[in-house]
Design a protein around this ligand. Structure first.
Ligand code: TMP
Length: 210
């Protein structure tokens, strides 16, 4: 992570319950303590439009069917608006952007696990993002059966988090396919994508990320 202010786009990836959200909070605080200007944001979300689409994508209303292609295009619509309104302006101002999920999620969840095709989804992501892509990706790797147990425990303990969402409630095999795809992406881009063992303690994960 940088010592001096310069534009830097970092994405954090991981399966359900990998601990991305708490890592981002800790990283933002640590980087700000070094005097850096940091924007933390998330996908799906990050803009008013993105947060509305997030509800559509993750809500549990079974009467509203979302097909795989529609799902892919909704994630990409979120991304297009997010880049235009938040990520590109922050990078132009020389800030560090920490983004909870980005293209690797779309490639792993929609391209691999939903079966739309890794190459096809990769190409669409490239068309949407053009040059605005992360230069570092931290992939928090955890066995999906451990991650899902963590998520379900947190949901149970904290009524405010509500129900398990539409994608979390997919079968274990779906989440295993996501993990396999993430590991393949990390293998294909070792200079950008760094694997962190997220079955370890939060302190260990934070130390590796810094
Ligand atoms: P999270 O913000 O709690 O990680 O939840 C976001 C969910 O959306 C998670 O299950 C992964 C999924 N997702 C996709 O399927 N495709 C995408 O492109 C993105 C960004 C997220």
């Amino acid at each position: 992570m940088p010592e001096q202010q310069c534009p830097l786009f970092v994405s954090l990836e991981g399966g359900e319950g990998a601990g991305k959200t708490s890592l981002i909070v800790a990283l933002k605080a640590a980087l700000e303590a070094k005097g850096l200007s940091v924007v933390s944001t998330r996908e799906p979300g990050g803009t008013p439009l993105g947060e509305v689409i997030r509800q559509w994508l993750l809500n549990h209303d079974a009467s509203i069917k979302i097909g795989n292609t529609a799902e892919l295009l909704l994630f990409l619509a979120v991304r297009a608006q997010h880049i235009e309104d938040v990520i590109a302006p922050a990078l132009r101002e020389g800030k560090v952007v920490l983004c909870d999920r980005f293209n690797d999620s779309t490639i792993a969840y929609q391209g691999a696990a939903r079966g739309l095709g890794v190459d096809f989804v990769q190409q669409l992501c490239a068309s949407v993002c053009k040059e605005v892509v992360p230069s570092i990706t931290l992939y928090l790797d955890v066995d999906p059966s451990i991650g899902l147990r963590r998520t379900r425990r947190a949901t149970k303990e904290n009524a405010a988090t509500g129900m398990v969402d539409r994608i979390e409630s997919e079968k274990l095999a779906f989440h295993m396919a996501v993990r396999d795809a993430m590991l393949q992406q990390a293998k294909a881009s070792p200079e950008r994508m760094h694997i962190i063992d997220a079955s370890q303690s939060r302190a260990h994960v934070f130390e590796k990320a810094m």
